[in-house]
Ligand binder design. Structure first.
Ligand code: AMP
Length: 549
């Protein structure tokens, strides 16, 4: 029997029209580095997005599902592009501005982008790259920057403001199939070629609802969220779409991502919520320890993208800022789990739940798979690779111009689940604890050592600013842990006492690293995560000064 309910597609267009009317007064505040930030209401953003949609069709000739890319910081114009492009039926492709030039060129060609909207401040990066981007027919420049850098460029160049000025504030939005492509985002490609994940209107709509739910980020129009996580990285964790659904105002840092301006904008604009990777929160903590600022408005902060050291959580608790740990991937839109402790617990009882990666939402089914392909129990002990499926989880990757999809065996199971490459355990009540990336696990004499666990304990030591532990080859054990530590200013290295600290913090004796080195900074990927493959290479090439204990 079929239902009697209306079959209305779940689309970004609907998110746009809802946000600009019902939540028209909510605001996007963009940091400019000037005395006053730029402020724009959702109503205005919606109007300008509609004008952009008209310009894309009438002036640039964007038709059907052509790709329109953005090379932009987090700001109001980027939100306008987020809403306008998919609503016309075209596909927004967010480009990661931290990728090396050759990788960007590869990605633009693979996605066959016709248009790029670029922030003026990024022209020094785009201009020399343009000759390698033959698919690009139009460059649209938003915000201040030296436009003369584009003199003689092959594509047509437009100024964003001039392009949208005077355009109609009405658009006959097409009736879209909710399964149609809305946004593309390539994975950071630490191994092999980058892979294109294509979100549908439906997946974005459902994911946005989950982001807003009380058991996830609990956002309402009473909130202002500081969106540090880049809009080019998994749709800024879904926040702009979620915000237009529930009227959450947004504070956008644009290119001012250094700890000092972040601290200033928090003190001045007083966001109630924020989202970023651990390295950002580490750096901000160091900043406000040296130059105190009031961060207390920011009661709730989502931290994810890499494991959050419990010591960082404890340090922010003291500032009245509650870090909430979440796990996800480009392939999972990204919200997979979020660590809100179950109801009825004291702070103390809730702590062990807060330091996990969190529990799954109704939209995300999970299973753990052992080395032999067997499904493992949820007993908080049996460690295996996490596999997930659900309406906002990728089922394949974009296969190139002809629209083919790719389903590599190491990424998808035969029955269609996403293999996350993350290894961990799940408790009986569905809380996930990750112990490693599959490729980062240290396999010592047939037993596994969790690099993340060693790092978390080391980063709780008062002399340690950051620590990364990687597997290195060992004649006797196959692999052993190498501890690389970044010391706090003024601290000196005493490896023996660091090793004792690990032992007294509950790390088993056989797991204690015997190889140690101090490094100036942990190498980071384009999205700010520890880049362990660089450390492994440095070790292999003898570039590190190792002390053996
Ligand atoms: P990306 O697709 O670049 O967002 O990277 C996704 C990967 O980041 C995941 O597969 C995890 O390995 C890692 N990751 C994300 N969130 C967490 C977290 N809370 N704890 C540990 N690792 C995480």
């Amino acid at each position: 029997m079929l239902s009697t309910m209306q079959d209305v597609p779940l689309t970004v267009t609907r998110i746009l029209s809802h946000g600009m009317t019902i939540h028209g007064k909510s605001q996007v505040t963009t940091w400019t580095g000037e005395p006053e930030p730029q402020r724009r209401s959702f109503a205005e953003i919606g109007r300008r997005a509609t004008q952009l949609a008209n310009a894309l069709r009438d002036e640039l000739g964007v038709v059907a599902d052509q790709r329109v890319s953005t090379l932009m910081w987090n700001n109001a114009e980027h939100v306008e592009a987020y809403l306008a492009i998919p609503s016309t039926g075209a596909v927004l492709h967010t480009l990661n501005l931290r990728l090396p030039a050759e990788q960007l060129a590869w990605i633009v060609a693979h996605a066959d982008d016709k248009v790029v909207i670029v922030n003026g401040s990024l022209l020094p990066m785009l201009a020399p790259l343009l000759p390698q981007l033959p698919s690009i027919e139009h460059v649209v420049v938003a915000g201040p920057g030296d436009r003369s850098l584009l003199a003689g460029a092959a594509p047509r160049v437009h100024d964003y403001e001039e392009l949208i000025a005077g355009r109609p504030t009405h658009y006959d939005w097409p009736e879209l199939d909710e399964r149609q492509a809305a946004v593309m985002c390539y994975t950071s490609g630490t191994t092999g070629e980058p892979k294109g994940v294509v979100y549908s209107h439906r997946s974005i709509y459902l994911h946005s609802m989950q982001v807003n739910m009380a058991e996830s980020m609990s956002l309402t129009d009473n909130d202002t969220t500081l969106v540090v996580v880049p809009q080019f990285h998994v749709n800024a964790w879904g926040l702009p779409h979620a915000a237009f659904m529930s009227g959450v105002s947004m504070l956008m840092p644009d290119r001012f991502l250094q700890p000092a301006p972040l601290a200033e904008m928090i003190e001045r604009v007083r966001p109630t919520h924020a989202a970023a990777v651990p390295t950002i929160w580490q750096a901000l903590l160091a900043e406000v320890t040296a130059n105190p600022r009031d961060l207390s408005s920011m009661a709730r902060v989502i931290i994810g993208g890499a494991a959050c050291p419990p010591s960082l959580m404890a340090a922010y608790d003291k500032l009245g800022v509650r870090l909430c740990h979440a796990w996800g991937m480009t392939e999972t839109s990204p919200l997979g789990t979020i660590a809100q402790p179950p109801a009825g617990l004291t702070e103390e009882e809730g702590w062990p739940y807060r330091v996990t990666q969190g529990r799954f939402s109704a939209g995300v089914e999970a299973r753990l798979v052992g080395p032999g392909g067997e499904h493992l129990p949820w007993d908080n002990k049996s460690a295996g690779e996490l596999e997930v499926r659900g309406p906002w989880i990728a089922g394949s990757y974009y296969g190139g111009r002809d629209g083919e999809t790719l389903r590599p065996e190491d990424k998808f199971s035969e029955d269609g689940w996403l293999k996350t490459g993350d290894v961990g355990v799940i408790s009986e009540d569905g809380f996930l604890t990750l112990t490693d990336r599959a490729k980062d696990v240290i396999k010592s004499g047939g037993e596994w050592i969790s690099s993340v666990e060693l790092e978390n304990v080391l980063m709780a030591h008062p002399d340690v600013a950051e620590a990364a532990v990687v597997a290195v080859p060992d004649e006797k054990w196959g692999e052993r842990p190498l501890a690389t530590v970044v010391l706090k200013d003024g601290a000196s290295a005493d490896y023996g006492s660091l090793k004792d600290f690990l032992a007294t913090s509950g790390i088993a004796k056989w797991q204690l690293p015997e190889r140690w080195t101090v490094i100036a900074a942990v190498p980071k990927t384009s999205v700010g995560k520890f880049d362990k493959k660089v450390i492994r290479r440095q070790y292999a090439e003898g570039e590190l000064d190792i002390t053996q204990l």
